[in-house]
Design a protein around this ligand. Structure first.
Ligand code: PMV
Length: 346
C-alpha cells in the first residue's frame, strides 16, 4: 500500500501544512451508502490546513475565506467553549473531530493554531468536509512524526465523517486521500477501491447553488423513503448500481456521449429519490441547453453542485457562461492526480 512521502518519521515538528483535493461524484452517490459501487474523481480545488504548536495549550482554529462569502471565523476552545457548542456539520466540527481522533492515534496535545484555507465552496457536495478531515489528519500525524498510508487516512477520514454526520460511505475520504478517479464500494465495513484512468480525457463543468440541507440530512431523507417504499427504492438503487458499471465501461472506452446519457439517467434516479431541488433542476437543464452531453446532481444534493460533461472546451465555456447568466456559480474542473499532500514542515 502506498504511503505518504516520508518526512522524517520520528521527528516531531512545530509547524506542518497539508492539503487535500475536493472531489466530484460522477456516478452513484446515495446508492453507495447501500453498498452499490460509485465513481468518484478528485478535482483541482484544494483545502489547506496548517498546524502550528502553541505553548499555552490552547486550540485556536482560524477559517479565513472558507465559506462561499469569505467570512472569517475564529474558534477559540479555551475559556469554556466546547466542541458541542459548534454547529454540527460546520467546517470547524470536522477539523476538531479530526484533531481529536489524530491525537488519540498519534499522541500529543491539542495546543495548536489551526489555519484553514479553501479554494472551493464549502458544503457544496464537492467533498470539502472529507478534504478538511483528511488534510488535518495528515498534518497532525506529520507533526507527531508519523506518516500514515493513504488507506489509513481514508479510513480515519471516514471515522471523522461518521462521528460528525452520523453516517458516511467513506467514498469522499477515499477519493481525497488517493486522488485521481476511483471506483468505490463499501460493503460490510470493508472499503474496496479500484483506481480508474480516464480523468484527463473528460471535460467537466460544475454549477453550484446553496444547499437547503446538509449531506447528513439528505442521507436521512433517502433512508426514510427507503424504509417507506422499500421494494421500489431497492430497484432504484439497483438501477444506479448497474448504470455505474455501464458508466465505467463508457468512460474507459471514451464513449463520452454514452457517459452523458448515463449521467442524465443517474440524475433522473436521484430526482426519484427526492434529493433534487428546483434550482438544481434549473442548472441541470441550462447546462444541457448550452450543449452539455449530460448533467447531474453531484454529492448529497438538496442544492449543492451539478456536474456537466462537455464534448469540447468551447462547449465548456458556453456551459459555464449559461449557468452564470442563470445566476449561479460555475467553473471548469480537472482531475487531481495527487490526493492528500504534505506541503511544508518546520
Ligand atoms: O455531499 P457530499 O459531497 O458529502 O457527498 C455525499 C455522498 C453520499 O453518497 C450522499 C453520502 C456518502 O456517505 O457517500
Amino acid at each position: 500500500m502506498e504511503t505518504l512521502k516520508a518526512i522524517g518519521v520520528g521527528v516531531i515538528h512545530v509547524r506542518v501544512s497539508a492539503s487535500a483535493p475536493g472531489k466530484i461524484t460522477l456516478f452513484g452517490e446515495h446508492a453507495v451508502v447501500y453498498g452499490k459501487p460509485a465513481i468518484v474523481m478528485a478535482i483541482n480545488r484544494r483545502i489547506r490546513v496548517e498546524l502550528s504548536r502553541r505553548n499555552d495549550g490552547r486550540l485556536v482554529i482560524d477559517l479565513p475565506d472558507i465559506s462561499v462569502k469569505g467570512v472569517r471565523l475564529t474558534v477559540n476552545l479555551a475559556g469554556g467553549s466546547s466542541m458541542e457548542a459548534l454547529d454540527s456539520g460546520s467546517a470547524a466540527s470536522y477539523a476538531l473531530q479530526a484533531l481529536k481522533l489524530a491525537s488519540e492515534k498519534f499522541g500529543g496535545d491539542l495546543g495548536l493554531d489551526v489555519k484553514i484555507e479553501s479554494s472551493m465552496p464549502v458544503g457544496a457536495g464537492l467533498g470539502t468536509s472529507a478534504a478538511l478531515s483528511v488534510a488535518t489528519l495528515a498534518a497532525y500525524a506529520a507533526l507527531q512524526g508519523f506518516e500514515p498510508t493513504r488507506e489509513a487516512l481514508a479510513k480515519m477520514g471516514r471515522e471523522v465523517e461518521v462521528a460528525v454526520q452520523g453516517s458516511s460511505s467513506g467514498m469522499d475520504a477515499a477519493a481525497v486521500a488517493y486522488g485521481g478517479a476511483i471506483l468505490y464500494r463499501h460493503v460490510k465495513g470493508d472499503a474496496q477501491i479500484e483506481r480508474l484512468s480516464f480523468g484527463e480525457r473528460i471535460i467537466l463543468a460544475v454549477g453550484y447553488t446553496e444547499r437547503v440541507l446538509p449531506t447528513s440530512e439528505s442521507v436521512k431523507l433517502v433512508s426514510k423513503i427507503f424504509s417507506k417504499h422499500n421494494s421500489t427504492v431497492i430497484r432504484v438503487l439497483d438501477a444506479i448500481g448497474e448504470l455505474v458499471l455501464e458508466a465505467r465501461r463508457a468512460l474507459e472506452t471514451d464513449d463520452i456521449k454514452g457517459v452523458g446519457e448515463l449521467m442524465n439517467i443517474n440524475h433522473g434516479l436521484l430526482y426519484a429519490l427526492g434529493v433534487s431541488t428546483p434550482r438544481v433542476e434549473q442548472i441541470v437543464q441550462v447546462a444541457r441547453g448550452a450543449g452539455a452531453l449530460g448533467s447531474k446532481l453531484t454529492g448529497g444534493g438538496m442544492g449543492g453542485s451539478v456536474v456537466c460533461i462537455c464534448p469540447d472546451n468551447n462547449t465548456l465555456e458556453s456551459v459555464v457562461s449559461a449557468i452564470r447568466i442563470a445566476g449561479y456559480t460555475a467553473f471548469g474542473v480537472t482531475e487531481d492526480r495527487y490526493g492528500v499532500m504534505l506541503e511544508g514542515k518546520s
